[in-house]
Write a protein that binds this ligand. Structure first.
Ligand SMILES: *Cc1c(COP(=O)(O)O)cnc(C)c1O
Length: 316
């Protein structure tokens, strides 16, 4: 299992590549929520999301072990992050994306120097293709969350929050496959076990909630939440045991609550976040996560949204 040392090592590995993002405060947000909220600004991170932390750690280590070629299977933030870091390190990357991938996202991957290959419509089509490409070319396939070096990289968010807000009471984290929260759980619970950590999922993609309730990895299918970074069908084989060991709870938010949080946040702070990040704001605004006089750190996991998508989050 990944431990605190792995996360401290990851921090050294990636420190010259990533931004140490600020922990922002908004008086207006605090007033509305009746809470003291601190925003971990990963929407201002390189490539627009925290995914660069895990990708940088995993790709750097793969290259140190001799990889000459990198693949990933994601049209989203992970694909962009892998393309970016491979470009930085000067090694080729092929990112396998679905046939109907968003054009803006494909353009971002290409702008970072990644090659794009289209394949099928589901991750069950893409992942085997990305693995096959890696095998054929002496390369390494980099998964989005279920890998020790990815988890360790994402955990650096937790180390930074503890430094920026040593008396934090609770940390609220969006949950997809669980790489981000399992890294944060490891970093925080192994140094300050009293800090509570709450995960957030959309109601329609509550695979981690169900898995924790039943005590075994449970899949849900056909999730259509606007929080597209959280649409993974089930927690990972490496991430889930970490959640079982350390997590304090998962709360669920509705699509309406996510949209309201997007609108409210953008209007008040003039900053752009993507719906996956807005789930954590929604959890606090609805009072589902965090109590009245606690210091609450909310992980704003990303800010990648194009204007067409943004329109679907705004009032008619
Ligand atoms: C990937 C992603 C998540 C979920 O992270 P996991 O490690 O899969 O749990 C949340 N928000 C954004 C913006 C993401 O890109």
């Amino acid at each position: 299992m990944v431990n605190l040392r792995d996360i401290e090592n990851a921090r050294e590995e990636i420190k010259d590549i990533i931004h140490k993002t600020p922990l922002l405060e908004s008086e207006l947000l605090n007033a509305q929520a009746g809470r003291k909220i601190f925003l971990k600004a990963e929407h201002m991170q390189k490539t627009g999301s925290f995914k660069i932390r895990g990708a940088a750690n995993a790709v750097k280590q793969a290259v140190q072990e001799g990889a000459k070629f990198i693949t990933a299977a994601s049209s989203g933030n992970h694909g962009q992050a892998v393309a970016f870091i491979a470009g930085k390190l000067g090694i080729p990357a092929v990112i396998v994306v679905p046939e109907d991938a968003n054009r803006a996202k494909v353009a971002a991957i290409e702008a970072y120097g990644g090659k794009v290959e289209y394949c099928g419509f589901t991750s069950a089509d893409r992942i085997p293709r990305a693995k096959e490409l890696a095998e054929e070319n002496g390369g390494v396939y980099i998964p989005p969350y279920d890998h020790p070096n990815i988890i360790a990289g994402q955990g650096t968010v937790g180390l930074e929050i503890l430094e920026q807000l040593p008396d934090v009471d609770v940390i609220v984290v969006p949950v997809g496959g669980g790489g981000l929260i399992s890294g944060i759980l490891t970093a925080v619970k192994e140094s300050k076990p009293d800090v509570r950590i709450i995960g957030v999922e959309p109601e329609s993609g509550n695979d981690t909630f169900l898995s924790l309730e039943t005590g075994k990895i449970t899949a849900v299918s056909g999730t259509q939440s606007i929080a597209d970074g959280l649409r993974t069908s089930q927690p990972g084989g490496l991430t889930f045991p970490i959640l079982q060991k350390y997590i304090d709870g998962i709360v669920l938010v509705t699509e309406e609550e996510i949209k309201y949080a997007m609108q409210f946040f953008i209007e008040r702070t003039k900053q752009l976040i993507e719906p996956s990040a807005a789930t954590a704001i929604a959890a606090v605004l609805t009072g589902k996560a965090g109590k009245q006089d606690e210091k609450i750190a909310v992980v704003l996991s990303g800010g990648n949204i194009d204007l067409l998508e943004l329109r679907t989050c705004l009032p008619d």
